[in-house]
Design a protein around this ligand. Structure first.
Ligand SMILES: NC(=O)c1ccc[n+]([C@@H]2O[C@H](COP(=O)([O-])OP(=O)(O)OC[C@H]3O[C@@H](n4cnc5c(N)ncnc54)[C@H](O)[C@@H]3O)[C@@H](O)[C@H]2O)c1
Length: 347
């Protein structure tokens, strides 16, 4: 079994995707713990505003780079978190080839970097590896029901391939790789226009627009507040020994989209009504994590109730949408060229 190199002194932690929604909260938490942080991000879906408060922090460094290209970091790195990947369907479908390459070539490059530094590695995988699940709730040993040819495949299958790469590197004794399967997470610093259900509904309610629900609204999701997720990511990275298997991190509270919309309408009173639109292709009907493994191995469970987290998120959106000078960045609409030349794993 690979040994972690951390000796109790200051760790240097590389966070790929550190300017994103989850990544920026992770950078905050690591700096608060006293670690040095190297944030690697291409700003594809992340935002400079998310890391601006950290820019003058003496232990924070920003490297603007696409992880599909080889990374050269001279400084000794002790831990590598890979969160680099567009995460909402509109953003990962804008350039599906680049999404797949980020998952495969990007993860390969970061695993190779972790190997060179003898650093522990944590891969942000997703509940999407379960696809439209036929088992409920989803345990880590469920193999999923995923379309490998549909419009979500660049992300779902890309993340599955990235998991395979992590476990191959672990079995080969090359990298101390760990895999977390993240279920829907929300909170401040989500992009208001990222197309995810909580941001969609909150922004519509705050703007006084009708709330759009796709399908009947009886499909379910579980929603984890971002600080709970970050605590789970750090617990999995630090646990010894490496569990050697994926770990679900999410909030097992299960809500229909209609229930979520009703909560939001109570929280943001106004004239909003609900309109129903057809369900997109391959949209899963039910999602709820089984978190028994996280409880047992990491002593982790979520603490923030949905009502509290929604209020904090609504307050955040109100500040970025309606305070002058703080308008959120529009999402990228034009696809980028594919990066098929970047498949140089470990080169
Ligand atoms: N938020 C969720 O509900 C959720 C659920 C499951 C999995 N995840 C995973 O967690 C991670 C973070 O998600 P998020 O919600 O913070 O998304 P996000 O889009 O806010 O963050 C992703 C970050 O990665 C960066 N990035 C994307 N492609 C890159 C590339 N090729 N090179 C360098 N940087 C790149 C983006 O600029 C962004 O800063 C992602 O890997 C995502 O798949 C998130």
């Amino acid at each position: 079994m690979l040994q972690k190199v951390h000796d109790g002194k200051t760790r240097t932690v590389l966070v790929a995707g550190g300017a994103g929604f989850v990544g920026s909260h992770l950078c905050d938490a690591l700096l608060l713990r006293g670690d040095k942080v190297i944030c690697v991000d291409s700003f594809l879906t992340g935002s400079r505003a998310n890391v601006r408060p950290l820019e003058n922090h003496p232990k924070f460094r920003l490297v603007e780079q696409d992880v599909c290209h080889l990374l050269n970091i001279e400084e000794q790195v002790h831990q590598v978190y890979n969160l680099a990947c567009a995460a909402s369907p509109p953003s990962y479908q804008a350039d599906p080839v680049h999404t797949m390459m980020t998952c495969v070539a990007g993860t390969g490059n970061l695993l190779a970097l972790a190997e060179r530094h003898n650093a522990s590695f944590l891969q942000a995988s997703t509940s999407e590896v379960y696809g439209d699940p036929e088992e409920h709730p989803q345990r880590e040993d469920y193999r999923g029901n995923v379309s490998c040819t549909g419009p979500r495949a660049c992300y779902d299958e890309g993340k599955r391939a990235a998991e395979a790469l992590c476990f191959d590197m672990l079995r080969a004794g090359r990298t101390d790789a760990r895999v977390v399967r993240i279920f829907n997470t929300y909170g401040p610093r989500m992009q208001p226009n990222d197309g995810r259900i909580i941001s969609n509904l909150l922004v519509q309610a705050l703007s006084g627009d009708p709330l759009t629900i796709y399908g009947s609204g009886e499909q379910t999701r579980s929603f984890c507040f971002v600080t709970d997720l970050v605590a789970g990511l750090m617990a999995l990275m630090d646990v010894d020994p490496n569990p050697g298997a994926p770990v679900n991190i999410g909030n097992p509270g299960e809500f229909t989209i209609n229930e979520l919309a009703a909560m939001i309408l109570t929280m943001v009173p106004g004239r909003s009504e609900i309109v129903y639109r057809p369900l997109p292709k391959d949209d899963p009907q039910r999602r709820r994590p089984d978190i028994a493994r996280a409880k047992e191995l990491l002593d982790w469970e979520p603490k923030v109730p949905l009502s509290q987290g929604l209020q904090e998120t609504a307050d955040y959106f109100a500040s970025v949408l309606f305070e002058p000078g703080l308008r959120a960045r529009p999402s990228r609409e034009k696809p980028r060229p594919g990066l098929t030349g970047a498949l140089q794993i470990g080169a």
